[in-house]
Design a protein around this ligand. Structure first.
Ligand code: SF4
Length: 63
């Protein structure tokens, strides 16, 4: 199953909670700079097993 993880760049505050709570954080989550703001994104969803930790624990509901 192909997993698509969408991050709302307007809501992301770049704290990296998604990276920290994801059991496979280093394999999946990376950050980039968008208009000078740090924004996280799922760079490789092939490691995702749909536990939903990232989405349920994001403080701004960006995922
Ligand atoms: S659903 Fe789980 S495994 Fe997938 S990116 Fe989110 S925290 Fe990581």
């Amino acid at each position: 199953m192909k997993v698509v993880i969408e991050v709302d760049e307007n809501r992301c505050i770049g704290k990296g909670k998604c990276y920290l709570v994801c059991p496979r954080g280093p394999k999946i989550w990376k950050f980039k700079s968008v208009d000078g703001k740090k924004v996280y994104y799922a760079s490789d969803t092939s490691y995702c097993f749909f536990c939903k930790n990232c989405a349920t624990r994001c403080p701004t509901n960006a995922i």
